[in-house]
Write a protein that binds this ligand. Structure first.
Ligand code: FDA
Length: 408
């Protein structure tokens, strides 16, 4: 231990957390000539990158509008992310990916994935760290971070004491605790007087309580495109994406997206036939058809959903030409504006991100440094900046890491 301390006890910067943001920041800072230590308490490196995008890492999004990033990011100050995102764009990260010879493709709405595997992104980041001569200790936890004015930081780590004038906290959010997530970043923030916006699971499936969900449990596995919305008329937010019924509730991209905006107790409104005037379509069918209502409805939405919706109501168990106008209107309303209130979320075990985090009022948007504690930086998901599904969270990790690395 003594040997280690003497060999490597002093660094220009210590980056805590070797995930997306930490690896990228350490590599960039090392390549700027700084002596950098990167450490992480987990056994395996960058597990979240590895499992991301179904194993292919949706590493950025081409549709990110750097002039209006608040469209794709959530936080108490959605404009905070603008400076960093404008100075390190998706195109710059794509250029890096191409320099490393990683093949990729666009899947949906600007989302870029590796053709091969997410391990290629991890290998790329490790190669960038090697190019910067970064010292990497893993697994290695940090038990204490002390600070004395004029002396800088003193870190008590599992591999000995380390001194540095700059500490970068890149320990991520609370989601997926089984692969190393911890509240370390929030604790360090609080220790040094920064505020923390209460964290909550984001990009997470929603649940609807056992009894209330029973009538829909049989629909588990059904996926369909919907428009999903929440919020008051003035602050309505909506997504046009795929929805998935599960045994416990709703999931799929539509629900993950809306979950980041959903407030406990608020209803969701779901349109199962977006772009279709269901009222008019059913009225028209009534004039020309003698088929059962469920069969006609199955022309507008998947048959399983049509059966389930019609099956709930005795007035709808008949040919459509015999249906009462009021019953058809009520059915159309339930297809186009189904209202349901989630009882909760699947929690951090299933969340792809953590909303909330280190309060952006206490950080510089240019450098990610604490406004009151010199030499203390927070980057990536630990900050109160949460992206939409689709590569936005990684782009924030890269951009915030870049902004910080330039300032170290
Ligand atoms: P990240 O979580 O990557 O890294 C934090 C690191 O800090 C970890 O290595 C952890 O071990 C370490 N650490 C934590 N506590 C510590 C402590 N006390 N001491 C030392 N080290 C500590 N995003 C996206 O843009 N596209 C995608 O395809 C996906 N897919 C996806 C799938 C799933 C299942 C999840 C859970 C998440 C995604 N995401 C995603 C989100 C994305 O993974 C996430 O936003 C970034 O990894 C955040 O990068 P950070 O570096 O901030 O944290």
């Amino acid at each position: 231990m003594q040997g280690l301390m003497q060999a490597a006890g002093a660094f220009d910067a210590v980056v805590i957390g070797a995930g997306a943001a930490g690896l990228f920041c350490a590599g960039l800072a090392g390549q700027r000539g700084l002596k950098v230590l990167l450490l992480d308490h987990a056994e395996r490196i960058a597990e979240k990158i590895r499992i991301s995008g179904g194993g292919r890492a949706n590493f950025t999004n081409r549709d990110l509008d750097v002039r209006a990033p608040h469209r794709h990011f959530i936080g108490d100050n959605p404009h905070f992310c603008r400076s960093a995102l404008a100075r390190y764009t998706p195109q710059q990260f794509i250029a890096l990916v191409e320099r490393h010879g990683i093949a990729y493709h666009e899947k949906h709405k600007g989302q870029l994935f590796c053709d091969g595997s997410s391990q290629q992104i991890i290998d790329m980041l490790l190669a960038e760290c090697a190019a910067g001569g970064v010292t990497h200790w893993q697994p290695c936890g940090v038990d204490e971070v002390g600070f004395a004015p004029g002396e800088g930081y003193r870190l008590r780590t599992r591999r000995g004491e380390v001194r540095t004038p700059r500490v970068v906290v890149a320990t991520g959010g609370l989601s997926i605790p089984q692969i190393g997530a911890s509240d370390f970043g929030y604790r360090i923030a609080t220790q040094f007087g920064l505020r923390v916006v209460t964290p909550r699971p984001a990009l997470v499936p929603l649940t609807f309580g056992g009894e209330a969900w029973a009538p829909y449990a049989d629909l588990a596995g059904l996926a369909l495109p919907v428009e999903i919305a929440t919020g008051s008329k003035k602050e309505r937010i909506a997504f046009l994406e795929d929805l998935l019924f599960t045994h416990r509730g709703l999931s799929g991209p539509a629900v993950l997206q809306i979950s980041s905006y959903w407030q406990p107790g608020a209803p969701l409104t779901i349109d199962f036939a977006p772009g279709v005037d269901v009222t008019a379509a059913l009225a028209e069918a009534k004039q020309r058809s003698r088929k059962r209502i469920a069969n006609e409805l199955a022309g507008l939405v998947p048959a399983r959903l049509a059966d389930a919706w019609v099956g709930e109501d005795a007035a709808l168990q008949r040919p459509i030409n015999e249906a009462a106008d009021r019953a058809l209107a009520a059915l159309a309303e339930r297809i186009a504006r189904w209202q349901i209130t989630p009882s909760g979320t699947e929690g951090y075990k299933k969340a792809e991100a953590t909303a909330g985090g280190v309060d952006t009022r206490d950080l510089s948007s240019q450098t990610l440094e604490s406004k009151q504690q010199p030499g203390l930086y927070f980057i990536g998901e630990v900050v109160d900046v949460t992206g939409w599904l689709g590569g936005y969270n990684f782009q924030w990790a890269w951009a915030s890491a870049h902004a910080c690395a330039q300032a170290l």
